[in-house]
Design a protein around this ligand. Structure first.
Ligand SMILES: *[C@@H]1O[C@H](CO)[C@@H](O)[C@H](O)[C@H]1NC(C)=O
Ligand SMILES: *[C@@H]1O[C@H](CO)[C@@H](O)[C@H](O)[C@H]1NC(C)=O
Length: 367
């Protein structure tokens, strides 16, 4: 979860994939609860807000589920749940109002999105008996979700959160974990801030003789590492931007072979598609539909023997990368990353990277 950064301060900050904020509040035994907030996300699932007692006997939770909002509550006499009829994961801001009313005459759970007619369902119980902590965007890993079904933390932005009319200052939580600012406007992709990198495939990726890398990139910098995958010896592949052109390097053990794009520079702030393919006997690079290729001059050496992690946007100091000419960290956005072998295609999901530094995995700023 990222909080909205005020517009005079648009610079982005790094995040990883878990977002938790907690606030200490003083409510124990409340009759009617009104939660209001605004959310922005392109994700399918995630916990948005939770109030509960320590055993989660009583709770109120609002989460994103399959792109819709789901509110569920238990006021001590069994759970009720309601799902919004509209989807909200379109990357735009939506206002959400969730209410439980536990009056003698009327006990309902109701959910309103963008001021539309509320969806409502009846609820049992008289009062909400909860702890004095509100969680926004996720739960600490020490918390086991007993009854709440927290599939994941919330990959998105939350602002203007209030409980029974009292506004939370989301910049001052009692505690927080992996929460960053939001970009004022964003689109799908992962943002690299130019001083970090992402590490994936901790157990190692085997390049072998035939494989392809496919991705889309957007940058204004003329130099930067896209991808490095290298053994500790010589076998490796690397993709980098040098002088505004894409360069694809492969070493199957006998020496480095390279192919590069030619023509207008690609560091123009627009999205470009690249597909880099190595076979036993050649290297091919396709950028925005234009193809470049070079033969492998070493016929006895056709397979890159690696079993190493994949680094994106840069790599740690001290890790050998035998097919990168530069170490400049990438600044810009990457999306639709795939490693492809004949029958097997691995989509690289940055929110499941085992290491991220200076990378916002689910959001790419729009100028
Ligand atoms: C959690 O999931 C189980 C099984 O899908 C379901 O029966 C239960 O109602 C869910 N609880 C809540 C609070 O959503
Ligand atoms: C990029 O992110 C890292 C890690 O959060 C941070 O230390 C660094 O200052 C950021 N750099 C820029 C240029 O924003």
């Amino acid at each position: 979860m990222r909080e909205e950064r005020r517009s005079h301060d648009p610079s982005p900050i790094t995040t990883t994939s878990f977002w938790v904020k907690s606030f200490t509040i003083v409510i124990i035994l409340i009759l009617s609860v009104s939660v209001r907030l605004s959310v922005r996300s392109q994700a399918l699932d995630g916990l948005i807000i939770l109030l509960a007692d320590s055993k989660q006997m009583d709770f109120i939770v609002i989460k994103l589920m399959g792109g819709r909002l789901m509110m569920s509550a238990d006021l001590g006499k069994g759970p009720s749940a309601i799902t919004s009829s509209v989807t909200v994961n379109d990357g735009e801001w939506h206002t959400v109002s969730g209410n439980t009313i536990a009056e003698v005459s009327r006990r309902v759970l109701s959910l309103t999105v963008d001021g539309s007619r509320p969806d409502s369902v009846s609820v049992k119980g008289n009062q909400l008996d909860v702890e004095s902590t509100v969680y926004l965007g996720g739960l600490p890993s020490s918390h086991t979700a007993r009854r709440i079904n927290v599939s994941s933390s919330f990959p998105g932005c939350v602002r203007s959160v209030s409980l029974n009319g009292a506004m939370f200052d989301v910049s001052k939580p009692a505690s927080h974990h992996d929460v960053t600012s939001c970009f004022t406007r964003d689109q799908k992709g992962s943002y690299f801030n130019g001083s970090g990198y992402a590490a994936l495939m901790r157990d190692g990726y085997k390049v072998g003789s035939d494989m392809s890398v496919s991705m889309e990139f957007r940058t204004s910098q003329s130099e930067g590492v896209f991808l490095g995958l290298s053994s500790a010896k010589v076998d490796a592949i690397g993709l980098e931007m040098i002088n505004g052109q894409v360069v694809f390097n492969v070493n199957n053990g006998a020496g480095r072979v390279s192919v590069r794009s030619i023509g207008r520079v690609l560091c123009d702030g627009q999205w470009h598609h690249l597909l880099a393919r190595k076979t036993k006997h050649s290297l091919n690079l396709r950028v925005d539909g234009r193809s470049y290729s070079t033969p492998n001059p070493y016929p006895q050496s056709t397979s890159a023997e690696t079993n190493n992690p994949v680094y994106l946007g840069g790599y740690p100091v001290g890790v050998k990368q035998n097919c990168l000419s530069i170490s400049s960290r990438f600044r810009g956005c990457l999306r639709k990353l795939q490693l492809i072998k004949s029958h097997l295609s691995d989509a690289l999901d940055l929110s499941s990277a085992h290491f991220l530094l200076g990378v916002t995995p689910n959001s790419c700023p729009v100028a």
